[in-house]
Design a protein around this ligand. Structure first.
Ligand code: 13P
Ligand code: SF4
Length: 308
């Protein structure tokens, strides 16, 4: 039996589904039952019937899946796969802002620990942040932990006053405008597609800014056939699968999330066989971090409903 066949058999035996983010290695994306961006995966985790979810991503994703599904077993192929940005805000500082600022909502990007989410009024992902922040009644928004995403949203919502936090994604923030300029000089006909975790100087050069799935659908629906992709290189797999005749380039600076790459077929098999690496949240933390996630799911849907 090869590794893929072994995974198929184990999934049946353990009543498990495999969820994967676009940044994990190609073979893991291939083995997954569901693949998507953070918003899709959070929504999906809340609706699956399988008893066990194997979450191929980083720990904040596994924690969100567990908080949304306290009755399910959530396994992480590598328990050390963590997102550095998820830790880049201090609960004490957020508490102080809440106590000293009038009419403020704490908005927490899902790329955050359960402890940080527990301090927030609502969570957002890169694909629903603008919709959700716009719908909030509060005038002031304390946005944690990503400063770049926060500033990007703030520029689109001038009616709100933002308090920023100095968090960043080391992968996206390492991309400089000079890297993008070099790629654009080499491929003058290509459109620049960027994730909002990139720095302002990069976003200013982008033809389109969006989450990983928004980048994939933009490229797939565009009449253009060349793109410079300014996000983690894992998205190239789905981009090429969906668009075999289009060309995708990356800036010279490598954009690779070492934590996402800790997911492998070997460790998926191991956790399915042994039940190792289960995500455990205390009842209190699960309940406190679920509230802002539920608020996100509700507001994102309510907004979609209004559009029709
Ligand atoms: P998406 O919400 O676009 O999937 O992004 C997740 C992420 O980790 C970006 O670095
Ligand atoms: Fe975190 Fe950045 Fe990796 Fe996304 S790409 S998981 S934000 S370190």
């Amino acid at each position: 039996m090869n590794q893929m066949e072994k995974i198929q058999a184990l999934k049946k035996e353990k009543d498990a589904a495999i969820l994967a983010h676009y940044y994990v290695p190609e073979e893991v994306q291939e083995a997954a039952d569901y693949i998507g961006d953070s918003y899709y995966l959070a929504r999906l985790a809340a609706s699956l019937k399988e008893k066990t979810l194997v979450f191929c991503g980083v720990s904040f994703m596994g924690e969100s899946a567990k908080a949304l599904n306290p009755g399910k077993t959530v396994l992480m192929p590598d328990i050390g796969a963590d997102c550095p940005m998820a830790h880049m805000a201090q609960p004490e500082k957020i508490k102080e802002i809440k106590e000293t600022t009038e009419d403020v909502a704490v908005v927490c990007y899902v790329n955050s620990t359960a402890q940080l989410k527990a301090c927030a009024d609502v969570c957002v992902t890169s694909s629903n942040a603008v919709k959700i922040v716009k719908a909030l009644p509060q005038k002031r928004i304390c946005f944690i932990p990503d400063e770049h995403l926060g500033r990007h949203i703030a520029a689109l919502l001038p009616e709100k006053e933002f308090i920023f936090n100095e968090g960043f994604c080391p992968v996206h923030a390492s991309l400089a405008s000079a890297d993008v300029a070099k790629a654009r000089d080499a491929h003058p006909g290509a459109l620049v597609l960027a994730h909002p975790e990139c720095k302002k100087e990069v976003l200013e050069m982008a033809d389109f800014i969006g989450s990983t799935s928004e980048i994939i659908s933009y490229a797939s629906n565009s009449s253009c056939d060349e793109f410079i992709i300014c996000t983690e290189e894992g998205v190239l797999y789905e981009l090429k699968q969906k668009n075999p005749d289009k060309k995708f380039y990356t800036p010279s600076c490598p954009m690779c999330c070492a934590d996402m790459k800790k997911n492998s077929l070997e460790n998926i098999i191991r956790v399915l066989e042994t039940g190792e690496n289960e995500v455990v949240l205390s009842k209190e933390l699960a309940e406190k971090s679920k509230k802002p996630l539920d608020a996100m799911l509700r507001l994102a849907q309510a907004k979609e409903g209004e559009k029709r």
